[in-house]
Ligand binder design. Structure first.
Ligand code: HEC
Length: 168
């Protein structure tokens, strides 16, 4: 039970003691309704952002990096896997990343931090989509160039929030 839930339960219990069963039911419903919105924090979809970065985003990135730089030639099959991996990064950037903003704001991110994060998140969405399209076309020079852009986007976001992660 959440902290707010406990308070709601306690208040409802007090009302029941003082006012009898009818009043209890009325007040319990009233308190529960009032408590509901505040008791639902914005739920990050995948645990926390570090986990999401480490287990999903970085895994897809590492697969693409290895395939593009160390596993030539880029066969049709590898191109299709790169397209799928980039598509998964695109989905995460488009749908999941923004859910962490409230938690980081609470930990001290300023409006500018949140704005920066959101711009980079959108940039990652767009570049991952371009990379996906290039891989679907099996265009290896475009795949290489968009992968470099993708890499820069990871790093430019980390340069503000996690300088220790720089990998160039
Ligand atoms: C929109 C900003 C943003 C983009 C773009 C971004 N990241 Fe991150 N990433 C973060 C933030 C913020 C953290 C630190 C989270 C924390 O420490 O609380 C992080 C952390 C990480 C971590 C460390 C996880 C850990 O265990 O500490 C890895 C690895 C990572 N990102 C990989 C990537 C890769 C690969 C890309 C590009 C495909 C990428 N990130 C793109 C914001 C971003």
């Amino acid at each position: 039970m959440t902290f707010k839930g406990k308070i709601a339960g306690f208040l409802a219990g007090m009302v029941a003691l003082c006012g009898g069963v009818g009043a209890y039911e009325f007040h319990a419903r009233h308190v529960a309704a009032a408590a509901t919105p505040a008791a639902l924090p914005a739920q990050p979809v995948h645990g926390n952002l570090r986990q999401l970065m480490e287990t999903k985003v970085h895994t897809e990135y590492t697969y693409m990096s290895f395939t593009i730089w160390h596993d030539q030639p880029l066969t049709a099959e590898k191109m299709d896997s790169i397209a799928a991996a980039s598509g998964r990064i695109m989905d995460i950037a488009a749908h999941d990343l923004s859910s962490y903003e409230p938690a980081y704001r609470q930990q001290g991110w300023t409006d500018e931090d949140v704005q920066f994060f959101d711009n980079k998140r959108l940039q990652l969405t767009q570049i991952a989509e371009e990379l996906q399209k290039a891989a679907q076309k099996h265009d290896s020079s475009q795949v290489t160039s968009f992968f470099l852009h993708l890499d820069n986007t990871c790093q430019s976001c980390h340069s503000r929030f996690r300088k220790d992660l720089s990998w160039t």
